[in-house]
Write a protein that binds this ligand. Structure first.
Ligand code: ATP
Ligand code: MG
Length: 654
C-alpha cells in the first residue's frame, strides 16, 4: 500500500502520495490537483467532490459543504448551527451529533457529519487508488490546529468508514512545516535553530505557528488561530455589501432566496479573486431573482472597507503566536505565507506591517500541507524507508486527569498536559488502589476553549487488581501523536532491588569491573485492564456505518456501470449506422441491413423514451441483440481485411 497524506481543507483538499521516493500531489478525475470538500445527493446517486461542485447550484438543498467545520460537533453546538450561513443543505442534529438532511434517491435522509466526511474521504481514497495504481490504506489527515479531542476522533472514525486507517491526525500548519523542513533539510542548521513563522490564511480559518528547525527535526514553539477568519468570511462580507446595494437599486432582497444568495456568494468569491490582481472588478448576475439582472462593481478600496471587521483582527493571531513562542519578529529567520486567502492584498499588507519584515512564499502555498502529511504517513509506515524528520507540536489547551480519592489521599486531580506544553508527551502517575477505579480527563479551563467544545474528554475504568491491600497502580497518561488524550498503559508495579553500575564510577583496577550498587526500582508486575468511554463511535456504530457506506458505494457503482452500458449501447447504434453506409455496405445483405436498421431504430426510440432510465441488464441485453447481427457483418469485413493483408504479404515475399 502507498502512504497517503491529506490536507483536509474546508474549501478543498489536496491528496499526496509518498511513492518511489517522491511526494506526489495527485490529480483527480478531472485533472485538478485539489478536490472540492463537498458531498451531494441526487435521485440516483451521490455526488462526491468535483461532481458535487459542478451540480451545486442546481442542487443546493442536497449539497453539504463545510465538512471540516461541522465534523465532531454536538448537534446543539452553537458553532455547528452557525455554519448554516455557509451550508446550503439543511443542518440538524442527527443522533445528537452535527448532521444534515438531504433528499437521496427520492427519500429524505439524515447523515452525521462524520458519515458525510467518510463519504468524501472514500472519494479521495478512490482518487489515490486510481492515481497510484496501488492499494491505499494508511493515511495521515491534516486538520486545523483548533480541532479538539472530539473532532480528532471523528476524523479518525470518518477515515475508518471510508476503509482507511488514519495513522495520524496532524495539524495542518505543522504538516506544512514538516513538508518545508524535509524539502530544505540540507540547509537546516545543526546547532542554533532556524526560526520560521508559518502563516496560513485559508477558507475558514487563519493559523499562525512559530516553528524552530534543526537538521532532521522541528518543534512548534507557539500557535494561535482565528476560527472565524478566512476566504469565506470575506466572501460573506462582500455578498452582504452587494445585497444592500441591490435592495436599494433593484428593490430585491437576495437573502430571502437561497438560490439567489448562493449565486451572490459565488460571484462574490470570483470578484474577490479578481481584486487580488486588479484594482476593480465588475459584479453581474443575470436573472438573480424575480427576473432581475443585477450589475455593479467593486474596487479594492471598497473591498477593504467591506472587509474592515476582519482586517482589523488580522494582526491578533500573529501577535499571540509570537507571544506564546516567546519570539519577537526580529528573531525570525523567515516568514512563510501559505493558504489561498493570503493572496488578498490587504491581508498581505497587515502581515507585512505586524512583522515589519518581508514575507516569503518559498513554501508551496497550496500543496505543502498535503506533502508534509504524506511524509508523516510514510514515516509511520513499516515498509517505507524514509529518513525521519522528528517534530513536536504545541498543546493549545490544558488537560487535567482526575479520580475519586481514597482515604488518606489528598490529591484528586492533576493538570497533566498544560497549555503551552509539547506533544507527543507521556506522564506516569501512581495511585494506590485495591479495587477497580475510574479516571477522567477533561479540558482544564472551559473559559479558554473555543465555543461548543466538550470539556469532557474520556473516562477510563481501570480494573484487575488481585489483592486485598491497595496495590501500586502506575498509569501511563499520554497525549498521543494525533493530539488525542489516552491512558496508554496501566499496571501494578512492585519495587525490586537491582544491581546497577554507579554512574561516573571508575573500575578499581584497569580492565576491572565498574562498581555497582543496589537500587530500588519500580517495575511492572501485572497488567491492568483499561476500558475507555470516550467521544468516538463505538465498534458497533462504526461497523454499521462502514456497512452503510459500502452499500452506498455499491449503489453508486451500479449507477455508474448502468450509465456506461447505456452509453455503450448508444455509441454502438451511432457507429453501426455510419459503417453500414460505409465500410460494411458490401458485407451485409439488404435483408440484414433492413433488419439491423429496424432494430436500431426501435432501440433508439426506446432509449429516449421508456429506456431512458432502465436497468443495467436491459442495456446489456439490447446491446447483445444488436451485436449478434452486427458482429456477423463486422466479422465478414474483418476476414476480408485479413485476407487482403495476407495477400499483400505473400506478394511482397514472392
Ligand atoms: P482551510 O485551511 O480554511 O480549511 P482550505 O485549505 O480549503 O481552507 P485554501 O486552499 O487555503 O483553503 O484557500 C481557499 C480560499 O482562498 C478560498 O476562500 C478562496 O476563495 C481563496 N482564494 C484562492 N485564490 C485567491 C486569490 N487569488 N485571491 C483571494 N482569495 C483567493
Ligand atoms: Mg488549509
Amino acid at each position: 500500500t502507498t502512504p497517503i497524506g491529506l490536507d483536509f481543507g474546508n474549501y478543498h483538499s489536496y491528496v499526496c502520495a509518498a511513492q518511489r521516493g517522491n511526494l506526489d500531489v495527485l490529480a483527480n478525475e478531472v485533472s485538478n490537483r485539489s478536490t472540492p470538500s463537498l458531498v451531494g445527493f441526487s435521485f440516483k446517486n451521490r455526488y462526491l467532490g468535483e461532481t458535487a461542485k459542478s451540480n451545486e447550484v442546481s442542487n443546493l438543498k442536497n449539497t453539504v459543504g463545510s465538512l471540516q467545520r461541522i465534523i465532531g460537533r454536538a448537534g446543539d453546538d452553537p458553532e455547528f448551527l452557525a455554519q448554516q450561513k455557509f451550508v446550503s443543505s439543511k443542518l440538524l442534529p442527527v443522533d445528537g451529533q452535527a448532521g444534515a438532511e438531504v433528499t437521496y434517491k427520492g427519500e429524505k435522509r439524515q447523515f452525521t457529519a462524520t458519515q458525510l466526511t467518510g463519504m468524501y474521504l472514500n472519494k479521495i481514497k478512490q482518487t489515490a487508488i486510481t492515481e497510484t495504481k496501488s492499494q491505499v490504506s494508511d493515511i495521515c489527515i491534516a486538520v486545523p490546529v483548533w480541532f479538539n479531542e472530539q473532532q480528532r476522533l471523528a476524523i479518525k472514525d470518518a477515515a475508518a468508514i471510508a476503509g482507511l486507517n488514519c495513522v495520524r491526525v496532524a495539524n495542518d500548519v505543522t504538516a506544512a512545516a514538516v513538508g518545508w523542513g524535509v524539502f530544505k533539510n540540507n540547509d537546516l542548521p545543526v546547532d542554533k535553530p532556524k526560526l520560521v513563522c508559518f502563516v496560513d490564511v485559508g477558507h475558514s480559518s487563519y493559523t499562525v505557528s512559530v516553528v524552530a528547525f534543526k537538521k532532521g527535526e522541528c518543534k512548534v514553539l507557539g500557535t494561535a488561530y482565528d476560527q472565524h477568519f478566512g476566504g469565506r468570511d470575506f466572501d460573506a462580507l462582500i455578498a452582504q455589501h452587494f445585497a444592500e446595494i441591490f435592495k436599494k437599486k433593484y428593490k430585491i432582497d437576495v437573502n430571502t432566496n437561497p438560490k439567489a444568495a448562493a449565486r451572490v456568494m459565488a460571484q462574490s468569491e470570483r470578484l474577490k479573486k479578481i481584486l487580488s490582481a486588479n484594482s476593480s472588478a465588475p459584479f453581474n448576475i443575470e436573472s438573480v431573482m424575480n427576473d432581475v439582472d443585477v450589475s455593479s462593481s467593486m474596487t479594492r478600496e471598497e473591498l477593504e472597507e467591506a472587509a474592515a471587521p476582519l482586517l482589523k483582527r488580522a494582526h491578533i493571531p500573529v501577535e499571540e503566536a509570537l507571544k506564546r513562542a516567546g519570539v519577537t519578529p526580529d528573531q525570525l529567520d523567515n516568514i512563510e505565507v501559505i493558504g489561498g486567502s493570503s493572496r488578498i492584498p490587504s491581508v498581505k499588507e497587515v502581515l507585512s506591517k505586524v512583522f515589519n519584515k518581508p514575507l516569503s512564499y518559498t513554501a508551496n502555498a497550496e500543496e505543502s500541507t498535503a506533502r508534509g502529511a504524506a511524509f508523516i504517513c510514510a514515516m509511520h509506515s513499516p515498509t517505507m524507508r524514509v529518513r525521519p524528520f522528528k517534530f513536536e507540536d504545541y498543546n493549545l489547551n490544558s488537560v487535567t486527569y482526575s479520580w475519586n480519592p481514597v482515604e488518606g489521599e489528598d490529591v484528586s486531580e492533576l493538570e497533566v498536559f498544560p497549555e503551552g506544553g509539547y506533544y507527543p508527551n507521556t506522564k506516569v502517575i501512581t495511585l494506590h488502589r485495591a479495587a477497580a477505579f475510574d479516571v477522567t480527563a477533561r479540558y482544564t479551563n472551559p473559559d479558554t476553549l473555543p465555543e461548543g467544545t466538550n470539556q469532557f474528554i474520556c473516562k477510563w475504568t481501570i480494573s484487575g487488581m488481585q489483592g486485598k491491600e491497595p496495590a501500586v497502580c502506575k498509569l501511563k497518561l499520554r497525549q498521543d501523536p494525533s493530539g488525542i488524550f489516552t491512558i496508554e498503559d496501566a499496571y501494578v508495579a512492585e519495587e525490586v532491588e537491582v544491581e546497577e553500575p554507579i554512574e561516573g564510577a571508575e573500575p578499581a583496577e584497569e580492565g576491572g569491573e565498574i562498581p555497582t550498587q543496589t537500587v530500588k526500582k519500580w517495575v511492572k508486575k501485572t497488567d491492568l485492564k483499561i476500558e475507555a468511554q470516550g467521544l468516538g463511535l463505538s465498534q458497533k456504530q462504526l461497523q454499521e456505518q462502514i456497512e452503510l457506506e459500502n452499500s452506498m458505494i455499491m449503489e453508486d457503482k451500479l449507477v455508474a456501470d448502468t450509465e456506461d452500458r447505456k452509453n455503450a449501447l448508444e455509441e454502438y447504434i451511432y457507429e453501426m449506422r455510419g459503417k453500414l453506409e460505409d465500410i460494411y455496405a458490401d458485407f451485409a445483405s439488404d435483408a440484414e441491413k433492413a433488419n439491423l436498421r429496424e432494430k436500431m431504430e426501435k432501440i433508439e426510440d426506446w432509449l429516449y423514451g421508456a429506456g431512458e432510465d432502465a436497468k443495467k441488464a436491459l442495456y446489456i441485453a439490447k446491446y447483445e441483440e444488436l451485436a449478434s447481427i452486427g458482429n456477423l457483418i463486422k466479422g465478414r469485413y474483418n476476414a476480408k481485411q485479413e485476407e487482403e493483408r495476407q495477400a499483400k504479404v505473400a506478394k511482397k515475399e514472392a
